[in-house]
Ligand binder design. Sequence first.
Ligand code: SF4
Length: 721
Amino acid sequence: MPRDPKHDILFEPIKIGPKVMKNRFYQVPHCNGFGSEKPFSQAYFRALKAEGGFAGVSTEYCSISPESDDTHRMSARIWDDGDIKNLSLMCDMLHEHDALAACELWYGGPHAPNMESRCVARGPSQIPSDFEFLTYAIEADKDDIRHLQNLYVAAAKRARTAGFDIVYVYGSHSYLPQQFLTPYYNHRTDEYGGSFENRARFWRETIEMVKEAVGDDCAICVRMSTDMFMGEAGTQLKRDCLPFVELCDDLVDVWDINLSGIAEWGEDATPSRFYPQGRALPWQAAVKAISKKPVLGVGRWTNPDLMAEAINDGKLDIIATCRPSTSDPFLPKKIDEGRLDDIRECIGCSVCISRWEIGGPPLICTQNATAGEEYRRGWHPERFTKAKNADNDVLVVGAGPAGMECAMILGKRGMRRVHLVEAEDDMGGTMRWIPQLPGLGEWARIVNYRKIQIDKLKNVEFIPNTKLSAKDVAEYGAEIVIVATGSYWSTDGLNGASHATIEGADASLAWQATPDQIMGEGKELAGDSVVVFDNDGYYTGVSMAEKLALEGKKVTLMTPLGTIAPYMHFTLEAPNQHRTLHRLGVEIVPYHLPSRVEEGVVVATHVYDEEGHEKSFAADGVVWVAQRRSNEALFRELKDSIGLDQLKAEGVDSLYRIGDCEAPRLTADAVFSGHRLAREIDSDDPAFPLPFKRERRMVDDASVAFEKAEYAALYAEASLS
Ligand code: SF4
């Protein structure tokens, strides 16, 4: 299909300093867990976005010095020649697709914990980080300020050598330049503190020096947070940012405009639970109104109509995406080709971000199972090889996220026939009701995307309203059987804290329920008050509490954990979720585990009370968000009762299970499980994942000899003391 002319504006080239972007799609800096230490994973991950049509692609935050080391989290680093070499691979691969490569130069100040380097960062004032624990900076004197500025210049030169086209002087998310600009961090009384001119001095001087060093070869980008939403102390649009744009517009080639400090950066990387796409537009438009330079900005953009509108209305020049480019690296190409229903829209869950926040592992994506797997597993999100056993029929039992993903990929791999059989009247499984929880409407995209794709695949047939017994499965006529029957919430209080049931817990009673019963079956609890017991720790418990509070119930949210929904800290949803529950008057009871329940009362004990003092909580009803269990009855019957030999006699060559039916996990992991099996359905033993490539240093004889000799030389002259 041809491109819709109303989207033409998105494909117009734009000049930024000495460079030209071939269109208006740009992948802003965002973390992926690869840094400079996993150069192939980094390069393949970013290059795929260039292949998908992004005209500019950036690194994540890229540390300019060991003084700015974010370990346990993974940043890129451009400290030395080794980093230049490693990051040059990314630049080369981006250039092969005619995309510009950007490097976000980062110095964290007091936010850099320096756990690996053991250096001490410098900052405008000696105040501890509001993001990390026990992390302080040296209060920079004038020599330190020159040292810091020279670090930016040296890093910019290294970035140019690596082949980067765009160099950032990154000053949002409350990192160093923003710290100088903001009274919350800057308590100085010299010419670098106090008035706006003084607070802006460090950043302006640094941009000048970087521009002087590399500005003929590289475009200079400044990323600026325009509001920290904390009143007088924090960065403010009118007091700080607009004057800064006027002060530095002559030096800057492109502005990257966003929001927030790092302690609440969910105000920038907005979860869909709280904000629609394009949330930052008013701030971006304010900068655009006074700048003569191009302005780019994030907004969780997935809708090309809204992207074009933002440019046509003069609010943005370049559509910057982070998560939507991970969910669908081919977003620009699909818009260009008029294939809008093929866009795998980001759902705004921020599970990708959770991996960076946890520290260490590579990112994953709920929508795109191939994200992070481009190099190590060789997965391409849009290309599929024909399966070697494509002459088989496959029966997938259960059309939840894992079953849908598996059937879709098997269809794309050309299996003769894929039968996706579902007991209910439509696809989705629990993901049919999860999007009805407060704020989770965009999560319906998980089902919608796959439904549309499956509809297009002639070799995949969806068969609703069909509950298969083990005998039905055995006699179905498919050579490959995949069980994807999902999971259910425990009905007897069985939970991960005590690993036991709870006395009196029984969700078959009228005054008790599970999320499945309330959301999936429409069960209603009588009465005005309810205890929601949550030991899941993610969105389900707090969502049930919020829903019931919105319906007018007095809600007590009880958890044996130290805080409600701790995983939401990693998805950046926690601050606003706490605000929401507080506003709704939900009583929060951490560190408590029910010991028994009776109609009208939940009796609980503090988990660290060795004497087990009991406390009673009056409640008309109880909701158990205790733990999930796999729906594995069908799989067990097939494997244990009928047996693999008998299945073979019936023509079933292989039997697998995927998703929550294996073990309940994040939806991203359930989708991955279905995808992985389909990708490897023709391997020697598809039940077990193929090994993936690991980027690591390998020891060999030469390296051992070298390291030992160097160590020995170090101590050759030293005697034992
Ligand atoms: Fe979007 Fe969620 Fe994927 Fe992140 S994990 S890119 S928020 S769908």
